[in-house]
Structures are given as C-alpha cells and as structure tokens.
Design a protein around this ligand. Structure first.
Ligand code: ADP
Length: 622
C-alpha cells in the first residue's frame, strides 16, 4: 500500500477513535451531570419511558437517584450518589429501590432502623418523577398487607445469641472459637444496634499500645497526680465517674480484661493506632482509636460481622426473640418470630445481647417522667426486650433508673455531636452568649448544666482549624447542621441568641477563650485540655441540647456474665452481656466504656456459654 494511503487510513482510524472517546465522554458527562441533579435533564426514550434524577437529604449529604418510568410503571430506580452509614443507611440503599420497582409503589415500608435514608430515597424518587413530568401521586399506592399464617419451626444449636450488636457478635465469635455451634438471631434488618453508632473509641488500660506510647511510664506520676493509663486508675475513674454506684467486681473485671480484649480484637484483624484522653478522666488516656481515626463502632461491627461470615456463624435477621424457654430452672432456648415463622429454638445455653432501652419511652418515663418527650440517640430496636424477657423468668435487674443524657445532641434528628469535637477544642455556649460549664466535664455534669440554661438549647462552637483537623466536624457542615459566620459577631447574629447583649457576650466569650488558651488556663471553669484556640475564620456553631444516650441499668450478672435471679442465684444456661446488663457503669457511663463493656463481657459470655454448652464446669472463661 502507498505510504499516503496508510497515513490516510491511520488518520481515519485516529479520527474514529477520537469520536468514540468524545461520545463516551459525552455519555459520562451526562451521567456525571446526574451527580448534579439540578443540571440533569430528563431523557425520553423511543418507547416513551422517561429517565430523570432526583435528590433527597440523607444522613450524610445528598442521596441522588435516577428513575426510569412512564405514567403507569416505575421500571428502574438506581442510586447514583449516596454516603449513608455502612450497615444502617446502606441497607435501605440496597433494599428499597428493588422493593419500590417490584411493588410499583413509593409507599413500601421504609427499612426499619434506617428511616432517614429511606425517606431520602423516597423524596428523591418523587422529585425525579415530577421532573419527568409524571405524577408521583400515581405511585403512592397503599399496599395490601397480606396476613401470613405463620408456620411453626424448630431449630437447634449449642449456643444461641440473641441480638447482633457489639456484645452479641463478640459472644458469637468467641463461642464459635471454643468449638460451639452458634446461632445468632437479630430482630432488625441489619446487625450493629447502638454499637454501630459508637464514635469515639474503646477504653482499655495497661495495653501494649499504651506502653509503646509511654502512657504507663512512671514519669507521668507527679506526687498525687498520676496520669498513667493503668488498670487501677481505670477502675478508679470508671467507678468515680459512675458516682460510686457501680458493682466494683464488675468494674474490676472490665478493667482487668480490657487489655486482653484489645489483643483479642487485634487477633481477629482490628487495628488500634492511637490512644486519646478519655472525657472526665482528668487527662488520663484510655480511649483506643482504630486505624485511620474512623468511628470505632462501625469499624468493630464490620470486623466482627466478617469474622462471623468467615467462621460460618449464621445470623438470622428480622428474627425477634419473644420469650426465654426454661426447663427445671435452666434456660434451654427461646421462642422467636420472623415474618413467616414462629420458631422454637432449642439451645444448650443462651446469651442475651439485646442492648438497652433508650428507645422505649414508656419504660424510661416510668423511671423519669421528664424523659417522655426527650430526643434519643438510640436506634429503634433499643426497646429493652432482653431485660423484660429475663425478668419474666425471674432475673433480677439493677440501676434501671440510671439513664444517661448526652450533652451534645441535635434535637431535630437525635444525631450526636461526638465528644471528640470538644476534645479538639470546641466549647459550649448558651443563648446569652456565655460559657457556663467545663465543656469537657463528665457527660452528666455538662448535660445537667445545659438543662439549667435559658431557652432549652445551647450551641457547640468551633472554627475552621478544628474542621481541618477533624473530618467528623466537616460532616456536620456538609449535612447542613452547622451555622456559619466570618466573624464572631456575624456568627452570633446568625444564631438564635437572646438579643443584642447576647451577641456582644458571645464575641467577648470567644475573645476571652482565646486569651485563656494562650495562657494555658481556663480562668472561668477550669477545663484541663486547653491546647486549641478558636481563632481561624470562618466560625461554626451547632444547636444542641441533651438527649437520651445510654441506659446504664439492666439485667443483673456476675463477673462470668451469668444472669442472677431475684434470690441471688445464677440462672443456669443464661448469660447476658452489653447494654442489656446493669452494674458496670453505675450512675454515669464514661465515653468509650460501652465498647469496652461489649467486647469484654461479650467475650466472657461467649466463652462461658460455650463451656456450659459443652458441659464444662463454669470457670473464669474469657
Ligand atoms: P450492645 O452494645 O449491648 O451489643 P446493641 O444495641 O449494639 O447493644 O445491640 C443489641 C442488638 O440486639 C440490636 O441489634 C437489637 O436490634 C437486638 N435486639 C433487641 N431486642 C431483640 C430481640 N427481642 N430479638 C432479637 N434481637 C434483638
């Protein structure tokens, strides 16, 4: 072939390739355009089906969907963009689109426990349909609930774990490691419970990491001031901050087993890379941070769930235990239900890991009527089922009236503003524009102080420097919960403060705070941690008030996680761990101790239940 012809053909091929790239780019751009829904135009296909996008507000930013429909039918729903919580909102992201297409109705039930994401998806679909020129009301079809006759079924296992939060998953893995055939039942459509929401870290004392970081060094002792992260200090801090109400044996077991618990988590693939000061512990550091500074609960729930999967431990979701079965005074299984079955589950031993009752307003207000209309940070499944089932067979309870309020909760949605914002420098200001408490005091102290302030709400205030150093803080800005100002005055004017005087107070409060930080002394309230000033614009504030967070009371257990009855005797075959139990936290739970509790006592309960199932003598098995 002539050289010029070859050049011509090459040029043609190149031109074609360029065209292909341009078309692909165009398609991609159109798709990316869908990422900016306000710019995306509906597309009408030859068969009349219309594809359009819509947006809904998720738990962490926008949920963007692409819907293909005509006047009669929704053909597909695709989620183009979302950043919902793994294991909670992600369950709705996986399940809802398919259900809506299948039923051709937006009125399918949202995913229980993932209400915000479910609502976001439905809102986005409605918007997409409207953009497509279709009437969303045409798809608001009430679905008939077909009454299903439930069939009876019998199951068997060595160890039955009720509840798949942190304690249940830990117990399941541990019992399985001891050779037991383990079955887990979980009433929600997802695992994780309240544990999935734990953010800060896991407290532990005397660990290898603390040793490496010099946190156990004698140089940290200065006369009476002992800043070491020792087991003894951890016991004393947990007991003191729990108002001396806790069971000292349980606190001691918690603290003494905490370092082993970290080693065990490491052995199943978890990594802790830092230790931070624990709130209220006078600067002592027990709070172990997972790799990458991610939220500890979600991190551990994912690790434990994947170990369950690897070890072949079955977790039955949407399956609720309703009653503990007893024979000759021993627990021998449970009755449980899902949508189609009534199960009788025979087990050699049972671990109750059903969590607390921070979403059971009737039960909480029976102890404290003022909580009837309070906001809760708890997941919907925290209704105290395990406590009531255990009581029904004679178990004792302790400290049921001890219900913890967390001081920084967004009232509109129960979202918790993590303590790490205050640890990194944020302060709390009232509607008169003034500080009123050591912002880093124990949760109950800050909450009680807030309740005495005017207007029933306060603000947590921070600056751009904190946002740049704490990814968690940025989330609140992205979600639209933070109010902004380029100056202290501008921020104050954007807040709902008590008039001009409060605005001036606010400016003075911020200026005084920065002077105190520079001098290393909180002259007003004696806050210990004073290393961060708040002087980098823009400035931010989130409106907060106390919200129900943790129920400290629950089923009475001994140090082997065995359930104790009202006569003080062990109920053979019945173990309990985690928030469903009482006695560990007394009158106030230290931040980071819920995670330590579920790992330590989850391990003890799992190992004990496996040993009991194998007929072994009960021993200190952890
Ligand atoms: P903990 O930290 O003690 O593990 P969580 O709240 O994390 O507590 O987990 C408790 C789990 O138990 C939740 O996932 C909850 O849905 C589940 N649960 C509560 N009641 C029941 C029940 N009756 N049957 C099965 N699972 C239950």
């Amino acid at each position: 072939m002539e050289r010029s012809k070859i050049t011509d053909i090459l040029a043609l091929v190149l031109a074609f390739a360029l065209l292909v790239v341009l078309v692909a780019d165009h398609i991609q751009a159109n798709r990316l355009g869908a990422m900016k829904p306000e710019e995306a135009q509906p597309v009408v296909a030859e068969d009349g089906k219309i594809t359009a996008t819509g947006v809904g507000k998720g738990i962490d930013g926008d949920v963007v969907v692409e819907v293909t429909a005509d006047a009669n039918k929704i053909y597909s729903v695709e989620i183009l963009q979302q950043n919902e919580t793994v294991g909670i909102g992600s369950v709705a992201v996986e399940q809802l689109p398919g259900q809506i297409v299948e039923s051709n109705s937006i009125l399918v039930d949202g995913v229980s426990g993932a209400t915000v994401t479910s609502t976001a998806i439905k809102t986005a679909i409605r918007e997409a349909l409207t953009k497509a020129g279709l009437d969303p009301a045409a798809f608001e079809v009430e679905l008939e609930t077909v009454a299903v006759e439930k069939t009876e079924a019998t199951l068997e296992c060595d160890v039955l774990v009720v509840g798949a939060g942190g304690a249940g998953l830990t117990a399941a893995v541990r019992a399985n490691q001891e050779g037991a055939d383990v079955l887990v039942i979980e009433k929600m459509p997802m695992v994780g419970g309240n544990s999935n929401r734990a953010e800060g870290g896991m407290n532990a004392a005397g660990t290898k990491l603390e040793e490496e970081l010099g946190l156990l060094d004698d140089s940290l002792v200065d006369g009476d001031n002992d800043l070491r992260s020792t087991v003894d200090n951890y016991i004393a801090d947990t007991y003191r901050l729990g108002h001396d109400l806790a069971n000292m044996d349980l606190v001691t077991r918690l603290a003494e087993s905490s370092s082993d618990a970290i080693d065990w988590l490491t052995s199943i693939g978890a990594k802790f890379t830092g230790v931070e000061p624990t709130g209220g512990c006078k600067g002592r550091s027990y709070l172990h941070q997972p790799e990458g500074g991610v939220a500890v609960g979600e991190y551990l729930v994912q690790k434990l769930s994947s170990v369950c999967e690897e070890q072949g431990i079955e977790i039955m979701l949407n399956t609720k235990a309703t009653e503990i079965l007893v024979e000759e005074g021993c627990a021998i299984g449970v009755k449980a239900e899902d949508n189609e079955h009534i199960y009788t589950i025979h087990a050699k031993s049972v671990v109750l890991a059903t969590g607390g009752f921070g979403s059971n307003f009737e039960l909480m207000s029976s102890f404290d009527p003022s909580l009837a209309n309070a906001v809760t940070t708890n997941h919907a499944g925290a209704t105290g089922d395990g406590i009531m089932m255990a009581q029904a067979i004679g178990a004792d309870t302790v400290d049921m009236e001890q219900i913890q309020l967390h001081p920084t909760v967004i009232q509109e949605n129960g979202l918790l503003v993590s303590e790490s914002l205050r640890s990194k420098g944020a302060i709390v200001v009232n509607t008169d524009g003034k500080r009123f408490v050591n912002d880093l005091a124990a949760r109950d102290v800050v909450s009680q102080a807030e309740l005495k302030q005017p207007n029933g709400y306060c603000y947590i205030v921070f600056d751009q420097n904190l946002v740049d150093n704490l990814s968690l803080a940025k989330k609140f800005i992205d979600r639209g919960f933070a109010i902004k100002g380029e100056t202290y005055e501008e921020l104050a004017k954007n807040l709902e403060l008590n008039g001009d005087e409060a605005v001036q107070n606010f400016v003075q409060t911020m200026e005084k705070w920065n002077v105190d930080v520079a001098n290393g002394e909180d002259t007003e309230f004696g806050r210990e941690s004073m290393q961060y000033s708040l002087d980098t614009a823009p400035f931010y504030a989130i409106k907060i008030a106390p919200g129900i967070h943790h129920t400290m009371g629950g089923i009475k257990i001994d140090t082997n996680a065995q359930v104790i009855d009202t006569d003080g005797n062990v109920i053979p075959g019945l173990f309990a761990a985690g928030e469903t139990t009482g006695g560990i936290h007394g009158g106030n739970r230290v931040g980071g101790n819920a995670v330590c509790d579920f790992v330590v006592f989850g391990r003890i309960a799992g190992a004990g239940a496996a040993a009991y199932a194998a007929g072994a003598e009960m021993q200190e098995a952890a």
